[in-house]
Design a protein around this ligand. Structure first.
Ligand code: TPP
Length: 859
């Protein structure tokens, strides 16, 4: 039996000095004898005791978080491999081939299509071990985006994709014309809604999303809504991807929440796109420290089974010493070179190392596997991860990028983008993986599928049957949820009778009412990023509680108050702290629960509007791809409405960005009634009609009199604009459009003009982007859209004003009836601090500026 316990590999201190080697040896021997005679548990206990002593300030010792460069699962604790290794290896080789053929074929036909071979080549065994033994259909699996050819290759063998589909990788438009299904470049639920669940194409978003999905499963369980026990979240990511701040930003959340339902597999092929991830260091060491420090269980999967013998013979720990001074840039070179080079340059470093490989051929040295290419070792690591309790696990799997691509790619600097291979390389690859195809077939890049009744195919299907079915697979159907009647929760807003309030206050009241609804209430997920008090939501703390996986272990300072801070296991609010990236990931998990869990939830994430599309726009784009259904509330919105906060807080652009997301419906209501009608409509669209849309609604903190919203205005609110009363006597000479906070300025302008004898009509615009979209649609059908018809019934030049950049009202210019002047006022430029009045005057969106634009236009 091989002893790979870390104690065997003690390395001298960095400067090598040892003042009393004999004493050191005695200590080591004493320790080793405890391990040998009393077992590892006792050894750990002794170490813990010593660590307590050693942490005393006088010693000034803090333990090294890095362990030697060896497997965490020692060979003696390795489970007997429960699969048929030979068949699994054959299957993995077939996946490798079909994945490679798919990419090379597409690029031979159309050089511009792109695609990747080297990433999946390094990850194939990591994927296959998961598919054959661990990824259950009840689990959530996040796939590294540029390894998707391998996932398609598997679905092809499983009979879920046809050969014609494989032949249309990255040809989603032309495939349909040829009766095939185009396969998207990366996992995109929007494009392949029955296949992909989680978009991961933008590095970093998959990792953070996986954490929040795992946490959301706990939330569902703890709130007694859905039992998610026994289900796991697996994520396969790249070591380069760990550079992204999003990858790292929620690591401590995962450990704090003890997410042992989460396993990350980080494919440490030591390379990213341009070159080594840490050429002058070791990414595995760096990640080990980082994850361990963040409270994760770290499993290093570094060396394959054929190294076991070498370690066993290496009495002096020469290998570990050599790894300790081999940086990744060098390790990559070893990956790129042949057995002979490795014998001379790695094993040739000293006599002990050279002795280890005596008797091995260069070919055998070349074939020494890294851990991430050995199905037995991978299985052992995954098994340990799946069994681990109390902490999330990361598996650091050591692989070679472009594994098996020979001189054309393995370990090469340029391998990431390699997508064309010549005939000789294809034949070499065929040989390397013993594929049963002829030279001709290899050169022609023919896909290979064993006969349905072959042992391989029976095994493949059987393994998936044992694991619940095929993956990836996305569900679209979910039960409908009943939405209460608008009057039951929002009459305070639709019949406001001139009561002053802000739209934020109105929203919070509306949300409080909805939370009380017997059927829908429990499905609502209020989400905040440390701004609940800013938005006047503190009352909800007591009403529905803040979710905490450990309840509340302290007596809150404000315990006597009606608004007291209340954390609870079944708390409903997700308080994400100051992490917009986390909060949006949390929102996405809730907004896709209908599909991921077949259990619809309705999230309302309310935040400073400036820190939404601008700050985490890419995450919102990914949520859109994932077909999220829910509400985003951009509060304290508008460039002039959040007076004192200044340049980095005042949002003048979110509506511009929101308009670019096809399934985002964005609204800028001015009145509480409008906001209520929009939310009502959204809930029906998402929960009853089950349309894959999400709503973005801007809210303001400016309080003013809220009028009643007449029933006949509801339709206009939803279409994006409706007419308010006319102002002044006689025929209107001018038409004024306004939205959000600036509508009140528009109305004041109409009153000013009326006093001067200029009559006007006022239109409340609730959504510029909906007006624009509907008008474009109508135009394609040869009709006029709502805004064109509405404006055709008004008179004179049109002045449009908003609290956003002018490009927002400009978006409907093309649909203004012919011959009418259209003037837009907006808040272009940097924000700054002052009163609302001063800001509106400065940007030219106050009543006086609007009136003056109207006068000039109509004069
Ligand atoms: C946000 C973002 N930035 C850049 C890219 C482009 N990109 C795709 S893969 C890749 C390198 C990935 O390296 P690594 O994570 O180490 O994976 P490997 O292919 O080496 O397994 C880059 C930079 C991207 N997809 N997303």
């Amino acid at each position: 039996m091989t002893d790979q316990s870390p104690t065997r590999f003690l390395v001298p201190a960095a400067d090598g000095s040892d003042l009393d080697p004999q004493e050191t040896a005695e200590w080591r021997e004493a320790f080793l004898s405890i391990v040998a005679n009393e077992g590892p548990a006792r050894a750990r206990f002794i170490l813990d005791q010593l660590a307590i002593l050693a942490r005393s300030p006088r010693v000034g010792w803090s333990p090294e978080l890095v362990t030697p460069y060896v497997n965490s699962v020692p060979v003696e604790s390795q489970l007997h491999f429960p699969g048929d290794l030979a068949i699994e290896e054959k299957l993995a080789s077939i996946m490798r081939w079909n994945a490679l053929a798919m990419v090379v074929r597409a690029n031979t036909a159309y050089g511009e299509l792109g695609g990747h071979i080297a990433s999946y080549a390094s990850a194939a065994d990591l994927f296959e071990a998961g598919f054959n033994h661990f990824f259950h259909t009840r689990d959530l699996v996040f796939y590294q985006p540029h390894s998707v050819p391998g996932v398609y290759a598997r679905a092809y063998l499983e009979g879920r994709l046809a050969e014609a589909d494989l032949a249309h990788f990255r040809q989603e438009i032309s495939a349909a014309r040829r009766g095939a299904r185009g396969l998207s470049s990366y996992p995109h639920p929007w494009l392949m809604p029955e296949f992909w669940q989680f978009p991961t194409g933008s590095m970093g978003l998959g990792p953070i999303s996986s954490i929040y999905h795992a946490r959301f499963m706990r939330y569902l369980t703890h709130r007694g809504l859905l039992d998610c026990n026994g289900r796991k979240v697996w994520g396969v990511f790249g070591d380069g991807e760990m550079d992204e701040p999003e990858s790292m930003s929620a690591l401590t959340l995962a450990s704090r929440e003890k997410l042992d339902n989460l396993v990350w597999i980080v494919n440490c092929n030591l390379q990213r796109l341009d070159g080594p991830v840490r050429g002058n260091g070791r990414i595995v060491d760096e990640l080990e420290k980082l994850f361990r420090g963040a409270g994760w269980n770290v499993i290093k999967l570094l060396w394959g089974s054929d190294w076991d013998g070498l370690f066993a013979r290496d009495g002096e720990g020469a290998l570990v010493k050599a790894f300790a001074h081999t940086v990744d840039g060098q390790m990559q070179t070893f990956a790129a070179k042949d057995g002979r080079f490795n014998r001379e340059n790695f094993f040739g470093q000293n006599e002990q190392l050279a002795r280890l490989v005596q008797g091995m051929t260069d070919e055998q040295i070349d074939r020494l596997k890294r851990g991430g290419h050995d199905l037995v070792k991978i299985h052992a690591a995954y098994h340990a991860a799946a069994q681990h309790r109390g902490e999330p696990t990361v598996i650091l799997a050591h692989t070679k990028k472009g594994y098996g691509m020979g001189a054309a790619g393995q370990g090469r600097m340029t391998t990431h983008s390699q997508k064309k291979l010549d005939g000789a390389v294809l034949i070499e690859f065929r040989n390397r993986f013993n594929l049963p195809i002829t030279d001709e077939q290899a050169k022609n890049l023919e896909f290979f599928k064993p006969a349905e009744d072959s042992a391989e195919m029976r095994y493949l299907h059987d393994r998936r049957r044992q694991l619940g079915g095929y993956l990836p697979a996305r569900k679209s159907e979910a039960p409908k949820l009943a939405v209460p009647a608008l009057d039951s929760y929002a009459s305070f807003a639709t019949k406001a009778a001139g009561h002053p309030m802000s739209t934020t206050m109105a929203f919070v009241r509306l949300l409080g009412n909805l939370l009380k609804d017997k059927q829908l209430g429990s499905r609502i997920v209020p989400i905040v990023a440390d701004e609940a008090r800013t938005f006047g939501m503190a009352n909800l703390f007591k009403q529905v509680g803040i979710y905490s996986s450990v309840g509340q272990k302290y007596e809150p300072e404000d315990i006597g108050s009606v608004l007291s801070y209340r954390e609870a296991l079944d708390g409903q609010i997700l308080e994400e702290g100051i992490s917009e990236a986390g909060a949006i990931a949390s929102w996405t998990a809730a907004a896709t629960s209908y599909s991921v869990h077949g259990f619809p939830m309705l999230p309302f994430y309310i935040y400073y509007s400036m820190f939404g599309f601008q700050r985490v726009g890419d995450a919102i784009w990914a949520a859109a791809d994932q077909r999220a259904r829910g509400f985003l509330l951009g509060a304290t919105s508008g460039r002039t409405t959040l007076g004192g906060e200044g340049l980095q807080h005042q949002d003048g652009t979110s509506h511009l960005i929101a308009a670019t997301i096809p399934n985002c419906r964005a609204w800028d209501p001015a009145f509480a009634g409008e906001m209520a009608v929009i939310i009502d409509h959204g809930m029906r669209e998402m929960l009853v009609e089950q349309t894959d849309v999400f709503y973005y609604i801007t809210l303001m903190n400016e309080s003013y009199a809220m009028p009643d919203l007449p029933a006949d205005a509801h339709e206009g609110v939803i279409r994006g604009a409706y007419r308010l009363d006319g102002y002044g006597e006689g025929h209107a000479k001018v038409t004024l459009l306004g939205s959000g906070a600036i509508l009140t300025e528009v109305i004041k302008a109409a009153e000013l003009l009326a006093r001067e004898g200029i009559a006007s009509e006022v239109v409340s615009v609730t959504s510029w982007s909906e007006l624009c979209r509907a008008a474009l649609d109508s135009r394609q059908r040869g009709n006029d859209g709502h805004i064109t018809n509405l404006l055709a019934s008004t008179q004179g030049p049109i002045v449009a004003a908003t609290d956003y950049v002018r490009a927002v009202p400009e978006s409907i210019r093309a649909f203004v009836p012919e011959g009418r002047r259209y003037i837009t006022l907006g808040t272009d430029g940097f924000g700054r601090s002052d009163t609302r009045a001063a800001l509106r005057e400065f940007f030219g969106v106050d009543a006086a500026s609007i009136a003056s634009a109207a006068r000039r236009a109509s004069g």
